[in-house]
Design a protein around this ligand. Structure first.
Ligand code: SF4
Ligand code: SF4
Length: 78
């Protein structure tokens, strides 16, 4: 897996059952990662996500969760 600039990949999980499409997360995201589509939030620009978790913290319905995937590449000579 190639990673550029960041040393992690953000993972945004949206629970569509719980999302009521209020748009709070869209408004609070400082990087314009999220958009509303048919009353449900969607990821429009994952590349721009810094995994700051503001969307997760602000969502009143616990419908969005952000985590980081990091990959360590270690070469060992045995
Ligand atoms: S804040 Fe939560 S409920 Fe509102 S649009 Fe975002 S994910 Fe959906
Ligand atoms: S973690 Fe931060 S940058 Fe990523 S979508 Fe949520 S608010 Fe936007």
């Amino acid at each position: 897996m190639k990673m550029k600039k960041k040393d992690f990949l953000p993972v945004i999980q949206i629970n569509k059952e719980w999302c009521k499409g209020c748009g709070i997360c869209v408004e609070f995201c400082p990087s314009q990662v999220l958009i509303l589509n048919r009353q449900c939030v969607e990821v429009a620009n994952l590349e721009a996500c810094t995994a700051c978790k503001l969307c997760e913290i602000r969502c009143p319905d616990f419908a969005i969760e952000v985590s980081k995937v990091t990959e360590k590449i270690e070469l060992e000579d045995n």
